[in-house]
Design a protein around this ligand. Structure first.
Ligand code: GLN
Length: 488
């Protein structure tokens, strides 16, 4: 048994049946991290003691013949924007470079309560701002499929950890595509649940009305298992929905026959790579052959999604990041006066992209410009949500590319923020509308790089997006991309 290439169920049952131990699984993944992560850079902090304590708990349960919980003995990575009690949590920023939270993020606590072993914290763009992981204050992440490429961002460390078999599963966060786009670039599955489906308690806020926590996994079924684990009302997050959590794992095996799938014409304009278009077309053929009805839908306000997103997200970020003032959290650089201390602390602690966004957001919210920028962007947001609502009267979900191309080269867009922002063109609309969306591997580019497809669904209908992704995943038989390690 290759211990680092297991799905959740395979890992859990191997431990349950005593074919291996949780300890051996943890050790195998740490060995893999030891061997590979210097070149990839997926992890910022490891918490071996914590993982091994959990391993011991799980192994004792297995030894006593007790049924293991759903993630019993499963090694996981956690994006470093989720608070972990006693374990350094940086948000990829120097300003939190030494921050040790006193409590756990709800999603992390639920993963551990379900038996998962937290191996460590994964690298990300600073405060989750970015599409390439080059904005991490610590180091960039390299794409395990091709080390000269970016892994996508901002959950690049989580995607790379899963793609390189350094974790079975990782949690990420998605404000404008940060789970789905790295999943697409690294050839793994990434699910952004509906806004409110998963508690944000303990997530370091970027843009509170757009932030979602979700899984990055090797298979669609694993994404369903993790969602079932972390979803549901949390009294600590007033925006978490008080709705029953379906059994996603049971839902995904239901047939797709009779489902109506929408294809949005606005998503197939210029700038879209021919290979990506081809992957979408093959998926459409496959879905037709399985008895789905394919309908053309229109989402006319799509071209305004990027500008609206980059005003709303920066406005919220400028407010959320005000708390890093040298007093309440993390870094403090002394100055001659209070103002001087604030300035020195924030200048030393924040990287260029974070500063750019705080400036844009502060400007968009300023008294003179609020109506022209922030308010206008909020109106556009409503129009985008209405586009989806109209489309979902006719179809059950919408099929689009995840990103305009396969993973781009490290450095290719880092000097050009606008080019970087445009990479989010297909992912930000779902955040603005608060809808669930999944990216899963659906093809290979001519260079052998993974290409992702995205399925967006109605609010709180994760089961349909998972179900459609599951049948396509089987068809693409793309699950096990060749490992990036020579000879492996
Ligand atoms: N790439 C987008 C941004 O830079 C999305 C980031 C995210 O989803 N956290 O804002």
């Amino acid at each position: 048994m290759q211990l680092t290439q297991l799905t959740i169920d395979a890992a859990r049952s191997a431990v349950q049946e005593r074919k291996t131990t949780a300890l051996a699984l943890a050790e195998a993944h740490y060995a893999r991290i030891q061997d590979e992560d210097e070149q990839i850079g997926a992890f910022l902090t490891l918490c071996k003691e914590r993982a091994l304590e959990q391993a011991d708990r799980i192994d004792r349960m297995a030894a006593e013949g007790k049924p293991l919980p759903p993630l019993g003995g499963v090694p996981v990575g956690i994006k470093d924007v989720m608070s972990t009690r006693g374990v350094r949590t940086t948000a990829g920023s120097k300003i939190l470079g030494h921050y040790i939270p006193p409590y756990d993020c709800t999603a992390v606590a639920r993963m551990e309560a379900a038996g998962a072993m937290v191996l460590g914290k994964t690298n990300c763009d600073e405060f989750a701002m970015g599409s390439s992981n080059e904005n991490s204050a610590f180091r960039p992440v390299h794409n395990p499929r091709d080390l000269s490429r970016v892994p996508g961002g901002s959950s690049g460390g989580s995607a790379a950890a899963v793609a390189a078999d350094m974790a079975v599963v990782a949690l990420g966060s998605d404000t404008g595509g940060s789970i789905r786009q790295p999943a697409s670039f690294c050839g793994v599955v990434g699910l952004m649940p509906t806004y409110g489906r998963v508690s944000r308690y303990g997530l370091i806020a970027f843009a509170s009305s757009l932030d979602h926590i979700g899984p990055l996994t090797k298979t669609v079924k694993d994404a369903a298992i993790v969602l079932r684990t972390i979803a549901g009302r949390d009294p600590m997050d007033a925006t978490s929905a008080d709705l029953p959590v379906p059994d996603y794992v049971a839902e995904i095996v239901k047939p797709v026959r009779g489902l109506r799938l929408g294809v949005a014409k606005e998503y197939f304009g210029e700038g879209l790579d021919g290979e990506v278009r081809h992957a979408v077309e093959s998926a459409i053929d496959r879905l037709k052959s399985l008895g789905c009805e394919i309908l053309q839908v229109s989402l006319p306000h799509t071209p305004y999604a990027i500008p609206a997103y980059y005003l709303i997200a920066t406005a919220e970020a400028s407010s959320n990041l005000a708390r890093y003032d040298g007093v309440k959290f993390g870094l403090r650089v002394e100055g001659d006066s209070l103002d001087d201390m604030y300035e020195k602390t924030r200048a030393a602690g924040f990287g260029a992209e974070v500063r750019r966004r705080v400036l844009i957001g502060t400007y968009a919210l300023s008294a003179g410009y609020y109506d022209a920028y922030y308010l206008k962007a909020q109106r556009v947001r409503t129009l985008i949500a209405r586009d989806f609502a109209a489309a979902f009267e006719r179809v059950d979900c919408i099929l689009t590319p995840t990103a305009p191309s396969a993973a781009f080269a490290i450095g290719e867009k880092s000097d050009n923020p606008i080019a970087m922002y445009l990479n989010d063109v297909f992912t930000v609309p779902a955040n603005l509308a608060g809808l669930p969306a999944i990216s899963f591997p659906a093809g290979l580019s001519g260079d052998g790089l993974p290409l992702g497809l995205q399925i967006t669904g109605r609010a709180f209908d994760e089961e349909t997006v998972l179900r459609v992704a599951a049948v396509l995943e089987g068809a693409a038989s793309f699950r096990h991309l060749p490992s990036f390690i020579a000879g492996a």
